[in-house]
Design a protein around this ligand. Sequence first.
Ligand SMILES: Cc1cc2nc3c(=O)[nH]c(=O)nc-3n(C[C@H](O)[C@H](O)[C@H](O)COP(=O)(O)OP(=O)(O)OC[C@H]3O[C@@H](n4cnc5c(N)ncnc54)[C@H](O)[C@@H]3O)c2cc1C
Length: 409
Amino acid sequence: MSNVIVVGGGAAGLVAAWRAASQGHAVTLLEANGRLGVKLRISGGGKCNITHEGPPKALLAAFSKDQARFLRPSLHAFDNGAVLDLLRREGVETYVRDNGRVFPQDRPGSAAAVVSAFETLVRRAGVDVRTGARVVALEGEAPRLLALRVGEARIAADAFILATGGASYPETGTRGEALGWLKGLGLPVRPWFPALAPIPLLRPRPAWEGVALRGGELRLSAGPGSRRLESFAGDILFTRAGISGPAALELSQAAERARRQGAAWLGYASIPDTPENVDAALVAESRSNPRLLAATWLQRHLPERLVDPLLQEAGVDRALMLKDLSKAARRALVDLATALPLGAPQPVSLARGEVAAGGVDLSAVDPRTMAVRGWDNLRICGELLDLDGPVGGYNLQAAFSTGHAAGTI
Ligand SMILES: Cc1cc2nc3c(=O)[nH]c(=O)nc-3n(C[C@H](O)[C@H](O)[C@H](O)COP(=O)(O)OP(=O)(O)OC[C@H]3O[C@@H](n4cnc5c(N)ncnc54)[C@H](O)[C@@H]3O)c2cc1C
């Protein structure tokens, strides 16, 4: 048996502490906040999208190649089924939504029920939980970490597991400072970078706040000739400052990278087809349905609230019938449906992301144990690692799996 300190009482730290204590170690869990699992409590809008259904292979496919390779052993050892079994034994029943996302049974505060279950597991396993304990420094040099500091107090241990999370939503306790300490100890790190966040726009449309564009594709282009860099099929939602919604969150990291490298543009294709095909379909429609109004055609593809202002901006009379459309007017309609211009993205906020990209470089960590290479008693798990999956339960699953591996001492 050894003395193990886990820093961070979030998704990864809770699992790591429970696992290490279950194996007979004397575990102390240090959490900066006054209570455990603060980010978990607000996850999934307070409902907590615990994980995603499917075999490990499908879950891994949601991550970048390098991240998937890193996650493979820990995910196989503690997969979505294992997480859900554990929670079910603590009374948290779950269900799968049509899109594969797994949630606790719907009831108010279901995310809090997930935190309670983990808290029960940790306490029952005998973990010494200390809340309000913010670690401010680490002491030691390779190959051994000796102690850490909480205020003036120096706490020594045989082994240390760092699970301090990312750097988004700093009000939940995750300020990202551990990355600086680890860099100071010589570990390779990638700076924090915004991800899964709303995208502010240079020319936002506050009048459209709350309007959603559905069923199409958000597209990111940059450089001369507006080269398409990336696109994501899904909805967007206009906000006061720009856009949010699933497709905006998923493209936010790429948009910020493109923006930092020069000019970038966003557009939304309500009909994700080529302009040529849509134009041909419109020509065919103007023959079969000549008296259909231009505005009515556009309303099939865009929300009613946007149709009149967009037609006005494009200089197309809303009362024009398809049979009377000039070539230029037809082209304008096709453009609005296939490439609604949203303009240039503005700096994406690290703080407002559902995850932070960046973290400890995966090459520094053994993917089976989360042990830091070249160190005898230091392990790292969760979002502090350079892991960032898409929305859908993947990030919590990554935290649970890596936490389990780190706690398997
Ligand atoms: C609004 C929002 C919604 C989300 N919804 C989902 C979702 O539904 N599904 C999903 O899969 N993912 C979701 N995520 C992402 C997911 O919550 C995180 O990826 C996950 O919590 C990371 O787990 P972690 O244990 O690494 O970090 P965290 O859960 O953030 O835990 C880290 C803990 O470490 C503590 N800490 C930090 N520094 C110190 C220190 N110096 N000393 C002591 N303690 C410290 C923090 O207070 C924190 O409690 C969401 C994120 C946000 C912000």
